[in-house]
Design a protein around this ligand. Structure first.
Ligand code: IPM
Ligand code: MG
Length: 363
């Protein structure tokens, strides 16, 4: 059976890293004899330049017809310091999440032992950390009503949640916790925000359906602190859109670098897989970007959307093997370890591809 995979490279380093995520999928296809059919779509700044809109209809149509989507990154420096621009690359990403009903964003914080020293946090604090974030992705201030007064001097973004939005992501997070260490920490700001009080109320109700999972509620400010103080205390973290956005960037430092973290967005339509890092225009075109987050996103795509668990595992093993041999892109290099071999994006991608083949022959 042919699986249709849409590749959306997006902007900046998104273009460079997605080449390797796709190459890994092609290699897996050829090793295991799967038929993957690839197409490409525009989104973000690249799409604005070509069509005037950040999410062209054509891309959305292709997305709806695909079995899974591999995305790169979005954004361009030209918009960051110019809040007056009304057409913005990020709108494309937010719109596709909404259109495809991708309400659950899974962000695994996987720490490869080989990278214990790449983090700015102490190895003894980090060792053994394994967290799975469930970030709600189609509600909250991201999609609530936006307002700017006529005199332009007052602005607001509505932080809004509906019961059903909390219920459906809570169930997904609890189901995942069941297959892990059976602990779920729900993060909110219920001491201040009404939407968080609804969040907590709903999570408390859903928790009764999962009596075997231990539930904890934590305020987001405390969670931000606990993540760097004692990350091992967490198993599944369930949280709202904005809190999840911020906490997962923080948590990426546990894994050594933003360049290591993959994510999966799932819900009603095809799954959408992307690194959590941004478009990093400052290093675009310099061969410095770390392609491993895209490659690990491809592993999640195989596992979650295509049901190919063994193939997903093989990709993880290939990454581990490259790291074990000391190959590092600059973002994960440890200045204290002279044995590290610092390589560029392209070399890192090629290393992973050749390992895939070798690991299959060995096993
Ligand atoms: C992310 C990103 C996006 C978000 C931006 C690019 C809109 O930071 O996926 O975490 O805020 O969701
Ligand atoms: Mg973010």
């Amino acid at each position: 059976m042919t699986k249709n995979i849409l590749i959306i490279p997006g902007d900046g380093i998104g273009q460079e890293v997605t080449v390797w995520g796709k190459a890994v999928l092609e290699q897996i296809g050829s090793i295991f004899n799967h038929q993957f059919s690839f197409s490409e779509g525009l989104m973000g700044h690249a799409a604005i330049e070509a069509t005037g809109t950040p999410l062209p209809d054509e891309t959305l149509e292709k997305a709806r017809r695909s079995d899974a989507i591999l995305f790169g990154a979005i954004g361009h420096a030209k918009y960051d310091n110019n809040p007056h621009l009304t057409v913005r690359p990020e709108q494309g990403l937010l719109q596709i999440r909404k259109e495809l009903g991708l309400y659950a964003n899974l962000r695994p914080i996987v720490l490869f032992d080989e990278l214990l020293h790449a983090s700015s946090l102490k190895p003894e604090v980090l060792k053994g950390t394994d967290i799975l974030f469930f970030r709600e992705l189609t509600g909250d201030v991201y999609f609530g009503e936006k307002y700017r007064s006529n005199d332009r001097n007052t602005a607001s973004d509505l932080m809004i949640y509906h019961r059903y939005e909390i219920e459906r992501i809570a169930r997904k997070a609890y189901s995942a916790a069941r297959t892990r260490r059976k602990r779920l920490c729900s993060v909110d700001k219920a001491n201040v925000l009404e939407s968080s009080r609804l969040w907590r109320e709903v999570v408390q109700e859903i928790s009764k359906e999962y009596p075997d999972v231990q539930t904890e509620h934590m305020f987001v400010d405390n969670a931000a602190m606990q993540l760097v103080k004692d990350p091992r205390r967490f198993d599944v973290i369930l949280t709202a859109n904005l809190f999840g956005d911020i906490l997962t960037d923080e948590a990426s430092q546990i894994a050594g670098s933003m360049g290591m973290l993959a994510s999966a967005s799932i819900g009603e339509g095809p799954g959408f897989f992307e690194p959590i890092h941004g478009s990093a225009h400052d290093i675009a075109g310099t061969d410095k970007a770390n392609p491993l987050a895209s490659i690990l996103s491809a592993a999640l795509l195989l596992d979650i959307s295509l049901g190919l668990q063994e193939e997903g595992r093989l990709v993880m093993e290939a990454v581990r093997s490259v790291l074990k041999d000391g190959f590092r892109t600059i973002d994960i290099a440890d200045p204290q370890t002279p044995a590290d071999k610092i390589i560029g994006s392209g070399q890192m991608g090629r290393q992973v591809i050749s390992r895939l083949q070798q690991l299959v022959i060995v096993t």
